[in-house]
Design a protein around this ligand. Sequence first.
Ligand code: GLU
Length: 370
Amino acid sequence: MNFNRAVIKVGSALVAPDANGCSGKYIRAISQFIAQCQQAGKEIIIVSSGSVAAGRTYISHGSPNPSIPTKQAMAAVGQMQMMANWQRFFDVPCSQLLITHGDLKDRQRYINIKNTLRILLENNVIPIVNENDTVATEELKVGDNDNLAALVALVSEADSLFILSDVDGVFEQDPRINPQAKLIPTIATIDESVYAMAGATNNHIATGGMKTKIQAAEKAVENGINTYILNGSRGDVFEQILQGKNPGTHFIAQQGATRARKHWLKHTLKSSGKLLLDAGAINALVKQGASLLPSGVLEVSGTFKVGDCIDIYDLENDIHIAKGISQYNARDLKRIKGHKSDEISTILGCCPSKVVMHRDDLVMIETTKN
Ligand code: GLU
C-alpha cells in the first residue's frame, strides 16, 4: 500500500462508540496512525462522521430512529464534541470544514473548497470534513459521509481513500450469518455482484452500511483513487498499513484516470477566454511544469467566471500552448495581471489564490509535456 495524499473516512461507530458520546477508544489509535503518516511526509484529510451519534445524549428523542430535525439538532451539538475529541489527540491544529454534496456541485464553491484544503495541508493543519448536517436532508436522512469522502478525495486530488468502520472489508457472504465467510482482499471491477456481496449492515450507529462504501469506492476508483475498506477498531490494521500491507478490501484504482481528466480538459471543455503570456511564464509552464502566476499574464480576453476553462497563448509566437481552469474571473484577472502574487490582496482586497491556474488544472496543447 503506497500513498502520498489520503482521505481517511472515519465512521460514527469509531468516533462515538457504545452509544455514549465521543471517546478516545478508537480515535486514539487512528490519530496516532495519522501522525505517523504525517511524519513520513504524507498528507491526510479526515472525513469524520459521528456528530449525530455524539450529540444523541444531549437531545431528548425516545425513538431509535429520531426525526431529521432531531438528528440535525444532535449533529449541531455533537459536532463540537467530535471536533474537541479529535483535537485532543493531535499536537498539530485541526480545522473544521462543513460542506454538503450540493457545495461540491457548484463550481465556485468547489474551487473554494479545493483552495482551502490545499492551503490547510500546506500549513500542516489537519482538515476534518463533515457534512453540514443542519442543511443537508438529501434522501430523507442526515448525510452520507462515505460518498462525501469520495468527493473530498476527488476535490483534494488524493491518491487514496481509506474508509474506516467496524467491519474488516467486503466478504463473500455476510459474516454475521456465516462466520466462515472469506474477506475479499482486492476488487478490480465494481459490478452488481460486488453490491450483492456487500449486503447491508444492521449497525444502528452507522448511516450508510456497506452499500454507500461501495458507491464511494466506485466513484473514487473511476478517478484513479485507490480505495480501501478497513476495520478502524483494530490497532493491528494500522501497523499493517504502515508496513505496506492491505489488511482489508482494496478497490484497485483505474489506470489512466489522470490522463482521462486531462483528456476531458483538453478535448471536452469549451474555453470561454484567452490569456496571452510572456516568454518567462511560457517557459515555466512548459519546462518546469509550474502553475500559472498572475505576473506572467500580459493580456486577458473573454468573459469567464471562476472555474471556467480558458486558453493560454504564447504572445510572441501566437501559439496555443495550454488550456486550464481559472481560479479568477476575467474582471479580477485583468486587475491582477502582470502583478506579483503577494500584491493580489492589496489590489483585490483579498487573495483567493496565489496562482491563476494550478498545475493540476492545466493541460499542455503544443507540447508532449502533460
Ligand atoms: N454527518 C453524519 C454525522 O456526522 C454522518 C453521516 C454518515 O455517517 O454517513 O453524524
